[in-house]
Write a protein that binds this ligand. Structure first.
Ligand SMILES: Cc1ncc(COP(=O)(O)O)c(C=O)c1O
Length: 397
């Protein structure tokens, strides 16, 4: 998923042009900016690309989750259902709103398991937050049916899936809101950055005002704007907007390249005895940032991972990954926080606890799951070397 591989002349020119104009702030500076608003243009282009009515740029994908939840009114006293396999930012953002994350099992799609969802819903559930992991979609249509049955909004964390579609519709546009990340390792990168998309004008207004200290953005001059509610600073700057516009233009070609590279390796892996691949709900919309597969047992996964590494094609073992797996988040389980009073774990109604053994199916799936991140720069020779590594690892199994 690395757009950084394709940073080139176009990005350099776009950044230099912002620097020459000397306006880094997305708002104000009307005279100096000569009508150029790069963040606003990026928002409009991203909305067009995803098919969403509105897009609101923010400073990171983590900020995007927080801003989207804030736009929905999520806060203390609420629960938000999140999958047990995601990046820490998803549930950090929930805790940051004051709400409590409630973790849900994943299935072989590596995303939230709709079959486990209904059991996690309580009278306090304020939002369901599926994550489109590793470039491809959750069973979002099924999740949406469950959400609708309970009258709950969906917020899709699409940080890892810009360029990913399901049934021709961009991921992140099925629910009330979707959030995206453009950090340094994402397919579309601004170094840091994020986006919130929605079709709902009122939610867009909430997000747009919340990410800028609550300013209502009425054309009365910055010092004179009103504020309907409390906000914070999650703004994107013009340099990121300029980068985002160029990278968005490259996104379809990046996805096509990832898909070609992924297909070549998947073909070679099919010969591994007992292998099963991650379920893709719509393979034709896969943004192909990762190739993920399951071995039959954790022992086989460990052995195959070791062999691949020995042969120069190291894979990620999700069972031991400490950034994405519920059972490995030691600070969550310990309730470790800098806050003297223990917030957000210590709460008036009792301590929120997250025991490592609570989600056995996710743990089992991840203990057998290996994957490669698909790189844009892999040439024929590199793909042949990886195929050779697969074949030699199979022979040694
Ligand atoms: C699922 C998920 N959500 C949120 C984020 C946070 O994005 P950022 O790094 O831009 O803050 C990430 C980043 O990797 C992510 O993978």
């Amino acid at each position: 998923m690395p757009g950084f591989e394709w940073l080139g002349e176009e990005e350099t020119r776009a950044v230099a042009e912002v620097m020459q104009r000397g306006v880094l702030f997305r708002y104000e500076f009307a005279e100096q900016r000569q009508g150029v608003y790069r963040v606003r243009e990026f928002e409009e282009a991203f909305a067009r690309y995803t098919g969403a009515r509105f897009a609101c740029a923010v400073s990171s994908g983590s900020a995007a989750v927080k801003v989207a939840l804030a736009a929905l009114g999520v806060g203390y006293g609420d629960e938000v259902i999140v999958p047990a396999f995601t990046f820490v930012a998803t549930w950090e953002a929930v805790l940051d709103t004051g709400a409590k994350p409630v973790f849900c099992e994943i299935d072989q799609s590596l995303c939230l398991d709709p079959a486990d969802l209904a059991a996690r819903i309580t009278g306090k559930t304020a939002c369901i937050l599926p994550v489109h992991m590793m470039g491809a979609g959750a069973r979002i249509e099924v999740v949406k049916v469950v959400a609708d049955q309970h009258g709950l909004p969906l917020m899709e964390d699409t940080a890892q899936a810009a360029g990913g579609f399901q049934g021709g519709r961009h991921l992140g546009t099925f629910g009330a809101l979707g959030s995206f990340s453009f950090d340094a390792v994402k397919t579309l990168t601004c170094g840091e950055g994020g986006m919130v998309v929605t079709n709902d004008e009122a939610l867009y207004q909430n997000a747009s005002e919340y990410q800028d200290h609550g300013h209502d953005h009425k054309p009365v001059g910055r010092g004179n704007e009103g504020r309907r509610f409390l906000g914070f600073n999650y703004r994107m700057m013009e340099l990121q907007g300029a980068l985002g516009l160029v990278q968005l233009g490259k996104l379809p070609e990046m996805v096509a390249t990832q898909r070609r590279n992924k297909a070549a390796l998947k073909e070679a892996l099919k010969r591994v005895p007992g292998i099963s691949f991650r379920d893709l709900i719509d393979a034709s919309g896969d943004s192909a940032t990762f190739l993920a597969w399951f071995m039959e047992t954790p022992e086989q996964a460990r052995k195959f991972a070791r062999l691949l590494a020995d042969h120069g094609a190291p894979a990620i073992s999700w069972g031991v990954n400490t950034w994405h797996a519920y059972h490995n988040w030691e600070h969550l389980q310990a309730g470790a926080t800098l806050a003297r009073g223990g917030w957000p774990f210590a709460r008036p109604e009792g301590r929120a606890s997250y025991p490592a053994e609570a989600l056995p199916r996710t743990r089992d799936l991840l203990s057998r799951c290996l994957s490669w991140q698909i790189m844009l720069g892999w040439d024929e020779e590199r793909l042949e070397n990886m195929t050779e590594a697969i074949n030699r690892s199979i022979a040694a199994m």
